[in-house]
Design a protein around this ligand. Sequence first.
Ligand SMILES: Nc1ncnc2c1ncn2[C@@H]1O[C@H](COP(=O)(O)OP(=O)(O)OP(=O)(O)O)[C@@H](O)[C@H]1O
Ligand SMILES: Cc1cn([C@H]2C[C@H](O)[C@@H](COP(=O)(O)O)O2)c(=O)[nH]c1=O
Length: 234
Amino acid sequence: MAQSKDAHAVRRGWFISVEGIDGAGKSSHITAMAEALEQQGHAVVLTREPGGTALGEKLRALLLHDEMDALSETLLAFAARRQHLREVIVPALARGASVVCDRFTDATFAYQGAGRGVELSCLQQLEQWVQGDWEVPAGPLATAPSTALLEPDWTLWFDVPAEVAAARLHNAREPDRFEAQARTFFERVAAGYAKRAQAQPQRWIRIDSNLEREAVRAQVLAALQARGVLTKES
Ligand SMILES: Nc1ncnc2c1ncn2[C@@H]1O[C@H](COP(=O)(O)OP(=O)(O)OP(=O)(O)O)[C@@H](O)[C@H]1O
Ligand SMILES: Cc1cn([C@H]2C[C@H](O)[C@@H](COP(=O)(O)O)O2)c(=O)[nH]c1=O
């Protein structure tokens, strides 16, 4: 029987991003999430933004430690992202691996957009330039390769009040340039995430991170199981 060309096409893996204000507690769960995927037979690339490539890690050091204006921050975040897509994310998805990314473009909309006040139209233009021209196989949620913006299939958003996050970070480590920001900055960033989540509810998974670590972990697993990313035995 003749088969369509699509029947032989490689399907790409999951593209999952993880977001939240600094101190939300996401790092505590990302490795466990990647391990759970691996245990169920997925090849997984665990990576982060800014970073994930040699250039990206240099840009990360600048972003986290050097003073600069908000537009410079935005441009560096997108430059790191472009290289990350070229070297790591797109090749991984193309060979069928899943990508778990500690922050992606939603962080730029939340931190530089809502936090610093960079214009939405500027962020949207950069997003289109950086994420708009990749050819990757269809994702697990799609029936055909998409020519639209390359963005995560799922975004786990660790939501916690700014004062709880600040209390968690207090004395936890030497603060970087973002972690040293005032509470009001993180309230704006949190509102920025909430707005993004409201605009694209099909992609966003809100995790109530204002709970004991074990309860947060249970929510993460349940959310991924409910969406068929993980099977029940994880
Ligand atoms: N559920 C929790 N309850 C209490 N403390 C927590 C919880 N989760 C994480 N922490 C603690 O809060 C601090 C920040 O956690 P973590 O580094 O995982 O946050 P993060 O969201 O990854 O932050 P950042 O984005 O700044 O790296 C750490 O000291 C961690 O041990
Ligand atoms: C991708 C991205 C990140 N940031 C900020 C957010 C955090 O404060 C740091 C990264 O630190 P983490 O410990 O890895 O969470 O960078 C940003 O401002 N804009 C971005 O696009």
